[in-house]
Design a binder for this molecule. Sequence first.
Ligand code: ADP
Ligand code: 5SP
Length: 483
Amino acid sequence: MYLGLDLGTSGLRGLLIDEQGAIKGSAAVAFGTDHPHAGWSEQEPHLWIDACDKVLSELHRTAPDAMANLKGIGISGHMHGAVLLDKKLKVLRPCILWNDTRSHAEAATLDQIKNVRELSGNIVFPGFTAPKLLWVKSYEPKIFAKTAHVVLPKDYLRLHLTGLLRAEISDAAGSSWLNTGTRRWSQRLLEAGQIDNLDMPDLVEGSEPAGSLRDELRSRWGIEHEVMVVGGGADNAAAACGAGVLKAGQGFVSLGTSGVILVGRDEFAPQPETAVHTFCHAVPDRWYQMGVTLAATDSLNWYSKIAGVAPAQLANELGEKLKAPTPVHFLPYLSGERTPINDSHVRGSFVGLDIAHGRAELTKAVMQGVTFALRQCLEALHATGAEVDRLLAIGGGAQSDYWVQMMATAFNMPIDVPEKGDFGAALGAARLAICGVTGRDPEEVMTPPGIAHTVRPNQKLLADYNAAYEKFIQIYPAVRAVQ
Ligand SMILES: Nc1ncnc2c1ncn2[C@@H]1O[C@H](COP(=O)(O)OP(=O)(O)O)[C@@H](O)[C@H]1O
Ligand SMILES: O=C(CO)[C@@H](O)[C@H](O)COP(=O)(O)O
């Protein structure tokens, strides 16, 4: 039996599978994010530990036999967050998350330093880890002085599970401290980030052993033998393992808190100027590229709170069949934006409201704005030479068939909808554990899911969606001029 734990931005999920991939149990616990100031986004790491313990206790209660036979655990987590630890491994402050833009000035400074983009393969975005540490150094010097280690969120969860500090490579690639081509810490990048005095954790590949479940936790959950904890993966890399996206030509679109279009790459071929991210995959000798829009279902959730209606219901209210685009445009930049515009200062807007417009029109505008932001990601990916001509739809928002139809038409690309089941980061993390424990080849373990149906572009609406997209991309510069 194998357990995948996915530390998502909105909660932690656990998925138990057997070696053939059949699901034997699942549990989830939700938690929130704090936004103490505009542009800030934080979580207390103890929330993750509490959620992890609850998820494991729930699995122990509902699937005791599977838990008793647990052989391996893989962990995935939201990327780029900075967990600062003192020399006794105590957390020094709340984790600064991936969608926190406070360190924009530090990011811009780092991004100018010679070789930084070349070595890391990426623009230094404000959401990445390195600029966060420079921010803490300037604004919280006492905390910085006490910092002995910095780890990414899921690697902190590993510390709880194993007692060991390890950094897994696909996640480390999002720190701006890793040489993404050689998959090693870069002394030059650590110096640029002014943390070359810190003790960086040993690096492990996603499917490599990275410790064993602590004895105390094993006995709590009724496990008598040793359980291997493998490296795991950054949530997007792990989701790719769950979706069977390992190689060039394969890709997915994910509608989660953030929106992502990800494609596999067989070699390290960064083009940072496109604002496309190039990271190490969670399996050895592979990379992937992705475009990221920061607030995908986050935008729908934001509007859902204002409308007082649950996000799934809002999406359902649009009906079953895709209709013409709405003339109301929504720029989904509630937390700034990454691909292709790398602008942490811009904020969201509705443009073109009419007195006749109501809730449905605004819902549609929000989903359309996210869809068009993703089309910009797709175009940026194509500009890097990444080839993909169909995408698999994953993430919570992909449960809306309307949203998937909208993406297929706006991207003019078929989108595969997986059969009901779990094909996200938790599955990918569990599959990494299978590879670590059994030594099986990732390509054999990480197969794509069965496809329930393929959504093809609606030919009758193609021209309308193209015209609406052309308008959408003109709004950002106009809005930016007055923000
Ligand atoms: N039927 C639906 N239609 C539209 N959005 C949905 C639907 N079901 C769930 N969602 C959205 O999906 C989100 C969760 O997606 P998920 O991929 O789990 O996010 P994350 O991994 O970032 O925490 C919810 O917050 C909700 O906004
Ligand atoms: O910052 C990124 C990727 O660079 C995000 O994709 C985070 O990794 C969070 O993902 P979700 O919670 O939306 O899955």
